[in-house]
Design a protein around this ligand. Sequence first.
Ligand SMILES: *Cc1c(COP(=O)(O)O)cnc(C)c1O
Length: 398
Amino acid sequence: MPGPGAYWIAEEERKEILDAVESKYWFRYGDPENPNFKQKVYKLEQEFAQAFQCQHALATTSGTASLLVSLLALGIKPGDEVIVPAYTFVASYTSIIFAGGVPVLTEINDSLTIDPDEIRKKITPKTKAIMPVHMLGNPCQMDAILDISQQYGIPILEDACQAFGASWKGQNVGTLGDMGAFSLNFFKTITSGDGGLVATNQKDLYEKAFGFHDQGHLPNRTGVEVGNRLILGLNFRMNELTGAGALAQFRKLPALLTRLRELKGKLKSKLAELPGIRFRTINDEKGECGTLLTVIFDSAEMAKEIGAELGTGPIARSGWHVYSNMEHVGAHLASVGQPHGFGAYPKTDDLLLRSMNISVGVVDGGLGAGFGININSTDDEIEVIAQKFAAAYRKVQS
Ligand SMILES: *Cc1c(COP(=O)(O)O)cnc(C)c1O
C-alpha cells in the first residue's frame, strides 16, 4: 500500500539502478573523470534544482534528515521555539526535538494545513522558525505565512514531504520559504524506498545543511578532504543506488501529477453530486498534488459511521499524524510546558474527527486512507469506489 511513484516502478528505474550497480561505484562522491562514477546523486540534485527553479538542492537519506539538517542550518538551538501544525507526521515534531527546539503546536483550518491567523498568536520572542506542512498534497496558505515571516523576521522551513511537486501560485512548494524538506519514502508521491531532499536559495544555508549532513564537509568534495571545518556534522548522505532510483522517479513526476489530478477530478466530481457533501478547502486547486481526496462531514458520528461502512475511519484515528495519538511526543511537550493531549487543540481535534481521507494516489492506512483508488485505477474502478461511498453516505444520512 505505497504511494503513486511506487506503483510506477518499471524499466526506467531498473535501468538507472542497474547502471549504478554495475559501475560498482556506490558512493556519492568521486572523481568526475572516472568513467565508473555515474554521479546519480549529483544529477538528481542538479535536475531537481533546475526543474524546481531553486539555487541549491541537497540529497539526504530521508525527509526527517532533511528537516533536521535544515533546522540546524537555520541555527535552531536548545530552547528555541518552532511553530508547527497540530496535524502533521511525527517527524515534523521529532526533528525539532532532536535539534533541541521546542515544537509549538498550532491549530489547522479546514484546508487541514496550518492556520496563518493562529500562527500569529503563537509568536513569542523565542520563536526562531515556522514550519508550515503541506499536508496531504495541499499547499499551505503561503502568501499569509510569508507575510508573517517578513513582518517578524522569522525564517520559514517548509515541510514538503507530503507534497512533492505541489505548487503555490505556480511556484513549487518547498522553494517558497528559506528552506524546504522533501521525502522519497515508499508512501510519498515519488520514492527511492527512502531518501530526501533539501531545497534553498541561500548559499550559506545550503553550505550549513550540507555540512550537518556530511561530517562538516563543504559541498562538492571529490574525496576525503582534510582541513578546518566550521561545523560538526553527522552522516545523512544519499548513496548512488538510492540516487539512481530517485532520478528515474523524479523524471516521472510531471506525468504522475497529471494522472493524479485527472483521477482526483473524476472521483471528486462523482462524489460532489451527493447532497450536503463537503470537501476540505484546497488552497491552490491547480497546484495541489491530487494524492488524496478529503471529505469533511457535519459530525464526528457521521465520519465514524461512514468510515466503518467502508472499512476505514476518521483522520483522527490515523496514528502518527495526529498529535493527540503520539504519547511520546505528548510526554515531551509536557516536559517543556507545552499543551499536549486530546483537547489541547480543539479546532484541530474537531476537524480531524469529522474528516475522512480517500486515497487517490497515496494508499496508506497510516494516513487514514485505506479506502479509495490508486494511480492505476480505471474509470470502472473509480465508478465502483464512488458508488460504495455514495451507498454508505446515503445509508448513514437516512
Ligand atoms: C513522511 C513525512 C516526513 C518524514 O519523511 P521520511 O522520509 O519518512 O523521514 C516528514 N514530514 C511529513 C509531513 C511527512 O509526511
